[in-house]
Design a protein around this ligand. Structure first.
Ligand SMILES: [Cu+2]
Length: 184
């Protein structure tokens, strides 16, 4: 084998090892993750408007026992809710987007009156039941409202779900805001 060939192989192995190292480093579960709303807006005259209000990522990861920090990052469109649903209850069609049974139930449980802009009676839900303090985050029906709609308002959840759990969440007020949390 030529020296040049050997060098190529050696460099290749180093690159492979480097990639392995990087994978191992990023795989360490994070103790705290921030879920933030962001917004953008576009329109095409006489066609449509595009509301870019969303969570800043599609997939989040946190370690079991860690913290989820939910921030109203847009300020103008909020407040938002971080609401865990069963995967099958996450609205996927236009018909169910604003009329999803699980979403309607949880909105009622918050004590929100859709006719007014008043804050809900219960800022949090634990397993679908209203309360004044953040729930342990581990299952569908766990929910919280970020605040009254000011930019930078935030809420924190302790993640008690076991490693390996995936929690699907939406905003009840803007139900196209959908993402998932992988508990590691
Ligand atoms: Cu929202």
């Amino acid at each position: 084998m030529s020296l040049k060939k050997l060098t190529v192989i050696a460099v290749g192995m180093l690159v492979a090892l480097g990639a392995l190292g990087a994978t191992t480093a990023t795989a360490a579960p994070r103790a705290r993750v921030t879920v933030k709303s962001v917004t953008s807006f576009r329109f095409k005259p006489n066609r449509y408007i595009q509301d870019g209000l969303r969570w800043n990522r599609d997939v989040y990861a946190v370690r079991s026992g860690g913290t989820v920090h939910v921030v109203n990052g847009d300020g103008s469109e909020g407040p938002h809710t971080f609401t865990v649903l069963k995967k099958k209850d996450v609205p996927k069609t236009l018909r169910t987007l604003f009329n999803c049974r699980a979403c309607n139930e949880l909105t009622r449980a918050h004590g929100a009156n859709p006719e007014t802009e008043e804050p809900p009676r219960f800022p949090f839900l634990e397993n679908g039941v209203g309360q004044q303090t953040p729930p342990n985050l581990d299952r569908p029906g766990d929910s919280g409202v970020t605040g009254e709609g000011r930019k930078g308002e935030s809420i924190d959840f302790n993640v008690t779900a076991r490693a390996g759990t995936t929690l699907y969440f939406i905003c009840l007020i803007h139900p196209w805001m959908q993402a998932k949390l992988q508990v590691q």
